[in-house]
Design a protein around this ligand. Structure first.
Ligand SMILES: *Cc1c(COP(=O)(O)O)cnc(C)c1O
Length: 227
């Protein structure tokens, strides 16, 4: 892989365009979320300088350290939260993120609704689905999705725009992408956040509207330090 962040983004955008066209869609139907977790501001700035505007971070605290200054300097950035959201981080998350992709439990949905009313901040949200029904993984189970979408959208009036999943590492991701697509369509949701460095092309063929790509853009991440 190239060390050049700009080249990597261009190459991924070209692959996204090809995959979209194979499925009869436009490249512009798919948004590349550049996952910048663990990477420092100067590396992120390289992507900003190249004109890229949509980024993903998985930890609120890490994002709070890097992004206020970057967003101050580049106003049209869209920042996605793609990692778990704790109840005590909802307010800072609303203040920093433009999209929250990881709404995964009723209590969080209620807290988001309450704080959205209080603050007037209303980032779009995705509901995270645990398509592989993995016990250690966050997300609504497939058989609870329809009811949870209805609760979020109709009862709590959250701005739900789609579904998000992270397939099990050891399974064919296309099966999970197809499942997520079907669940979104039957609920009238257009947004599909699925596909990472290893499988974003497959995800686009299965209808992804957002792909979350980190390693293929910024290179490998340092190993995660124990919490
Ligand atoms: C880190 C991360 C990604 C990006 O993964 P890569 O394999 O580096 O592209 C995508 N989605 C989520 C939820 C992540 O945490």
């Amino acid at each position: 892989m190239s060390n050049d962040i700009i080249e990597n983004i261009a190459s991924i955008q070209a692959q996204i365009a090809d995959a979209a066209q194979e499925g009869g869609r436009e490249a512009s139907d798919v948004t590349l979320v550049a996952v910048s977790k663990t990477h420092d501001a100067p590396r992120i700035q390289q992507a900003l300088d190249a004109g890229h505007r949509v980024f993903g971070e998985n930890r609120v605290q890490e994002a709070e350290g890097k992004w206020p200054a970057l967003k101050e300097a580049t106003r049209d950035v869209s920042l996605h939260l793609i990692g778990p959201l704790q109840g005590n981080k909802v307010k800072p998350a609303l203040e920093l993120f433009d999209v929250i992709e990881t709404v995964d439990r009723p209590k969080l949905a209620r807290r988001l609704a309450g704080l959205m009313d209080e603050t007037g901040l209303r980032p779009n949200i995705f509901i995270q689905v645990n398509t592989g029904e993995e016990p250690q993984k966050a997300g609504i189970l497939p058989h609870d999705v329809d009811a949870f979408v209805a609760q979020c959208r109709d009862d709590l009036e959250l701005p739900v725009i789609g579904l998000m999943c992270i397939p099990p590492v050891d399974e064919e991701s296309s099966l999970h992408f197809a499942l997520l697509r079907d669940m979104a369509h039957r609920n009238g949701l257009e947004g599909l956040s699925m596909g990472m460095s290893a499988d974003f092309g497959v995800a686009v063929r299965f209808g992804a509207t957002y792909v979350r790509v980190g390693t293929a853009i910024f290179g490998t991440r340092p190993p995660i330090a124990p919490a």
